[in-house]
Design a protein around this ligand. Sequence first.
Ligand code: UDP
Length: 392
Amino acid sequence: MTLNDKNYDYLIVGAGPFGSIFAYEAAKRGKRSLIIEKRAHIAGNMYTHTDHGITVHDFGAHIFHTDNKEVWDYIRQFAEFNGYQNQVVANYKGTLYNLPFNMNTFYEMWGTKTPAEAKAKIEEQKAAALTDLGDREPRNLEEQAISLIGTDIYEKLIKGYTEKQWGRKATELPAFIIKRLPVRFIYDNNYFNHRYQGIPIGGYTQIFEKMLDNDLIDVRLNSDFFEHKDEYIAEFPRILYTGMIDQFFDYKFGELEYRSLRFEHEVIDSDNYQGNSVINYTDAETPYTRVMEWKHFDGLSDDGVTIITKEYPQTWDRTKEAYYPVNDEKNTNLYKEYAKEARQHKDQFIFGGRLGQYRYFDMDQVFNAALNEVRKEFKIPSSFNFAHDEEH
Ligand code: UDP
């Protein structure tokens, strides 16, 4: 069998952001790529489609946010962005709170009105709960959360959500996960701290269509690398692989753990179902973590129909999509063995993206990592700006 029938320079496994950016930049440099994608669509988990004039994010809310100006300018070559700012409301057993943790949340929780009052409340709860913390670093997500915002917020807004999201106790999760959320002593409900934020008008899929619409790039959907792994490896001099790294190496050191998700989309005859783009259900009993109402991501007017999506966490197994790496100590150590193995084969293989690098990457971090990989591959100086195609 000849899989490399066009003398491709690269085989790229996965048509998500890492693979698509790499193919696009390689094509600019005259290199030919074949992208194979297991699923029936491009764009990976950034895939969006339009229904009733509403852009639906098939794999959960994707809000682009970054401090990286090059990445922000880069993605905006392919689409115009709206000025969306994410503001999430939490529903704990019928009572609503603003997220992330800020002066509004503290007022709703305790009636505190000044930063000094809120800080005193947090310190009091932290001292009572974490008597043995002293100067050491928090050892797990629970300790980290309590030391940042006290026990009340931990119990109502974090514990239930986190344990259903990850399917394990907060005491068995790494502390860094909760540090994704800002804690602020100002009245500011912006979910992110980044300078640039927004969503492409018309969705993300167009970005990938534009990147991949190139004579030097062929895309084959519904193509599973593992059906012909040996032939691909024999025929392609260079392979960029963005799937699960443990699967690539046939689980030789053991299986890495992932967390999966399931989405239920519903079209509803209503102008406005929940009045916000995202509502988190932070109790332990509600089986979903959050409900998205897509029209609010685009600031669309009321027109009789709305689409909502419920996000259910689920246990991962080999038949399910892997959404999140579980970066605890055990998995991190296991990943290091795979990473070492990968380095030994670096002349033929590149590993990229959330699954290839087993990292809880945000979109902008994937963009940045992909551009850096292109820099490395084509020996491009770090002063080169990909958004403007020039040195700066
Ligand atoms: N989290 C929480 N309560 C919330 C929202 C988030 O406890 O209402 C915690 C939870 O542990 C989650 C982490 O914060 O895994 C990161 O949340 P983020 O919204 O960044 O997660 P993502 O959108 O990547 O799933």
